[in-house]
Ligand binder design. Structure first.
Ligand code: ADP
Ligand code: MG
Length: 263
């Protein structure tokens, strides 16, 4: 019977780009909420010491005694730290203490695998998706995320032609494939802060996609003021502005990810 079948393991995606302000955190929160709307069980992991994801889900990091930092460096069970949020997703929150994890892990053998171990420990929690919100660097935490992930999404702001960082990120992905996670797949670039009124954005996007031979995850997420309002409300744009174009775009992206994962 279907009840007897074992659950497939969660699809783990890292959302990474060492550039700040490209909508990594917004994408994690919004895609997570969109997946949850579709009945998927979702865990979001905040890997940025700035804790923007945690804050944007209505949780004040200063109120927390335990965070992902304890899970990564002190062996605390993730189940003791995970919180439920009003957005319908679970969260493994961050606090500023995570800034120390980078240094603490630097001297540890196997540090690249530390998050992979946590994800494996979570297998019987029944998540369909685990989304990893990476910090704006290519340091220990991002490498640990890429090592734990099945795929990586690269949010990219299509406003400028300064996308040299993409090459650096892909170099890191290649290193991760060689040394710690040979199965890592680049699922593609996710165009964010997209201004569809000009041809410029599409040109930039096509150039990047051609230059680096990257798939584009459709549709592009339009630039809209609605996103600025969501974090302060402690809810994602899918809840604060249900039918906005941005929310709809993230729903379509989530649908495409579900198709790709075969869930
Ligand atoms: P990152 O995690 O890559 O640093 P954030 O998700 O924190 O980026 O987004 C950076 C800023 O851009 C935030 O103020 C966020 O509200 C805003 N933002 C994100 N997506 C959009 C969008 N589609 N339109 C307008 N503003 C956006
Ligand atoms: Mg962020």
């Amino acid at each position: 019977s279907p009840e007897m079948s074992t659950r497939p393991e969660p699809t783990v995606l890292a959302v990474a780009n060492q550039k700040g302000g490209v909508a990594k955190t917004t994408s994690v929160a919004s895609i997570g909420a969109a997946l949850a709307e579709r009945g998927q069980r979702v865990l979001l992991v905040d890997l940025d010491p700035q804790a923007c994801l945690t804050f944007s889900l209505g949780i004040d990091p200063e109120d927390l005694e335990l965070s992902v930092h304890h899970v990564l460096t002190k062996g605390t069970a993730p189940g003791e730290v995970i919180l439920e949020t009003e957005d319908g997703v679970d969260l493994l929150p961050a606090t500023i203490e995570l800034a120390r994890a980078e240094a603490d892990l630097l001297t540890r053998t196997g540090r690249e695998h530390v998050l992979r171990g946590v994800v494996e420990d979570l297998e019987d929690h029944g998540y369909d998706w685990i989304l990893l919100d990476c910090p704006p660097s290519l340091g220990v935490l991002t490498v640990a995320a890429l090592t734990a992930a099945r795929g990586v999404l690269v949010p990219l702001q299509c406003e400028t032609l300064s996308h040299r960082g993409v090459g650096q990120l892909l170099d890191t992905v290649h290193d991760v494939r060689r040394f710690t996670n040979r199965d890592l797949e680049v699922w593609g670039v996710l165009p964010t802060l997209y201004d569809g009124r000009t041809n410029h954005s599409r040109t930039v996007l096509d150039t990047i996609s051609d230059t680096y031979d990257l798939a584009v995850i459709e549709p592009p997420i339009p630039k809209t003021i609605k996103f600025a309002e969501a974090p302060a409300a402690g809810r994602s744009i899918l809840r604060t502005s249900r039918s906005s174009k941005g929310a709809q775009a993230y729903r379509e992206v989530a649908g495409n990810l579900i198709d790709r994962a075969g869930r």
